[in-house]
Design a protein around this ligand. Structure first.
Ligand SMILES: C[S@@+](CC[C@H](N)C(=O)[O-])C[C@H]1O[C@@H](n2cnc3c(N)ncnc32)[C@H](O)[C@@H]1O
Length: 211
């Protein structure tokens, strides 16, 4: 037995980690995902069920106190963001019936609130050094439109350790340089974006999708 937020195995130990019907009970969910990521080998995969209920649109999470402890259900979008923030890529969220083909059990479960469980799959990236700016890539990957405006503080919140002082002082920090010493530029150029406008006085940057 061990605490899921402090797994007793060395880095890169497993090819797959599953976590079924337990995640909503973990008090520090991002820490558990960080540990799953750590113990997986590059290329390894995790399968996690987050919450056996669908939350109404716009509700990010719901906390319930039950006999087995405090249970925190989160939305599909929150689950996806949390798994990506831990470093996973190719994240998918789908729903599967807990009752399988059993119609009676399915009906009883539906009356009790739902007969489906969400299944979230994520892959640990291979073949590339992990950069602190990968979080910015994931933030951009989540954007649908051709253009996205982000404040420096939104980016600093996503990137571990925040942004360096030069990002606030020099527009050249935001230059579209896919090679060279500007490792940060790879975070957006490799993801198919370029910076089209930087406003140092308002601490804002605009990214445009490359066609
Ligand atoms: C609903 S049970 C599901 C157990 C099992 N996955 C199954 O399908 O039978 C939830 C489990 O999460 C465990 N749990 C809660 N917090 C934990 C933590 N921080 N670390 C490890 N296990 C934890 C509880 O002890 C409980 O056994």
């Amino acid at each position: 037995m061990a605490d899921a937020s402090r797994l007793p195995w060395p880095d890169d130990s497993f090819t797959a980690v599953t976590c079924m019907d337990a995640f909503p009970f973990f008090p520090d969910q991002p820490a558990v995902l960080g540990e799953i990521f750590r113990v997986l080998r590059p290329g390894g995969r995790t399968v996690v069920s987050f919450a056996a209920e669908k939350l109404p649109d716009g509700v990010e999470s719901r906390q319930t106190r039950g006999v087995t402890g405090t249970y925190r259900a989160i939305s599909d979008a929150t689950a996806r963001r949390m798994v990506q923030a831990a470093g996973f890529e190719r994240v998918t969220v789908s729903w599967a019936s807990i009752a399988g083909d059993h119609q009676l059990i399915g009906r009883v479960l539906r009356l009790l609130g739902g007969d489906e469980m969400d299944i979230v799959i994520g892959h640990k990236p291979v073949g590339r050094a992990v950069s602190k700016y990968d979080a910015l890539t994931r933030l951009l990957d989540d954007q649908g439109g051709p253009e996205v405006h982000l404040s420096f503080s939104e980016i600093a919140d996503a990137v571990r350790g925040g942004l360096p002082a030069s990002a606030y002082r020099r527009a050249s920090w935001w230059a579209n340089e896919p090679t060279g010493r500007h490792v940060q530029a790879r975070a957006w150029t490799a993801a198919g974006w370029r910076t089209s406008h930087v406003d140092l006085s308002r601490h804002e940057v605009t990214f445009t999708r490359q066609t």
